[in-house]
Design a protein around this ligand. Structure first.
Ligand code: GLP
Length: 261
């Protein structure tokens, strides 16, 4: 994988937004896989600025959801569908007709998971999947020890993830659902380009394990090592535990055919 160390979150956002813009110029109806959480917000802000300045056209772009809480009504402000509508679709000027996501309120959740997995393939697959990372190394909601070959399915959140996400639910962990639907790790690995963004010292251990640790389900993000085109963008704080940070800087600076990330 390629590791890019950026000075701060804003620079990471700019870099990834530019990669998305280049993709959309090449392929106007590209399917962008997006993540929730605080980390990707600078990406969406930078891409929205490009849309406003007409540096990129999103009129045919499509957006795919990574994961969702089970049981939260779609209109709940913290359902990931609502969050993505607010933070991604509206700022980018993309309507719900350009959006695909799993149904977290389905009576048959299992069938909804399988249907979403199939829909992603039928749509031609995700062109670029943006990922954040949990402090425990989860991607999407694939908690530690998720199968590295897993498909879209229902998962139970760890206590730590519910604690981490309580900030979106009035700091009340009781309001954080226990169950979620997440694209599986095998599903995520089918995207053509994986871009993981991590910022802040709280992610430093998870990033060191992801980039330099052995591939192991205990740290689901290590599955990125198996992907032919994975980019890990980290700020200085998130890079602070990387043994080979000097090499990643050198390698990126000497990239022979620089075409973005
Ligand atoms: C949630 C999401 C993940 C996200 C993670 C980290 O668990 N399901 O997709 O990467 O939070 O969030 P943050 O970026 O706010 O640290």
């Amino acid at each position: 994988m390629e590791v890019v160390i950026v000075p701060d979150a804003k620079a990471g956002g700019e870099l990834i937004a530019e990669a998305m813009a280049q993709l959309l110029r090449r392929k106007p109806d590209a399917l962008l896989g997006v993540a929730t959480g605080s980390t990707p917000l600078p990406v969406y802000e930078a891409l929205a600025a490009k849309v406003r300045s007409e540096a990129v056209d999103t009129s045919r772009a499509r957006i795919a959801q990574l994961d969702e809480y089970v049981g939260l009504p779609a209109e709940h402000p913290e359902s990931y569908r609502s969050v993505l509508r607010r933070e991604v679709l509206e700022p980018l000027g993309i309507g719900m007709d350009g959006f695909m996501g799993p149904d977290g309120t389905a009576e048959d959740v299992r069938a909804a998971c399988e249907a979403y997995d199939r829909a992603l393939s039928a749509a031609g697959g995700v062109d670029l999947q943006l990922l954040g990372i949990g402090t425990d190394g989860h991607i999407g909601f694939n908690e530690p020890c998720s199968s590295l070959a897993s498909r879209t399915r229902i998962k139970t959140l760890t206590e730590q993830t519910r604690i981490d996400n309580a900030r979106f639910f009035d700091d009340d962990i009781e309001q954080v659902p226990h169950h979620v639907i997440t694209q599986g790790i095998g599903t995520i690995l089918e995207a053509r380009h994986l871009v993981l963004l991590a910022t802040g010292a709280g992610k430093a251990d998870a990033i060191a394990a992801t980039v330099e640790g052995p591939v192991a389900a205990i740290c689901p993000a290590t599955a990125l090592q198996l992907h032919p085109h994975a980019t890990v963008v980290v700020d200085e704080a998130a890079a602070s535990e990387l043994e080979l940070a000097g090499y990643y800087r050198y390698s990126y600076a000497h990239k022979p055919d620089w075409q973005g990330i």
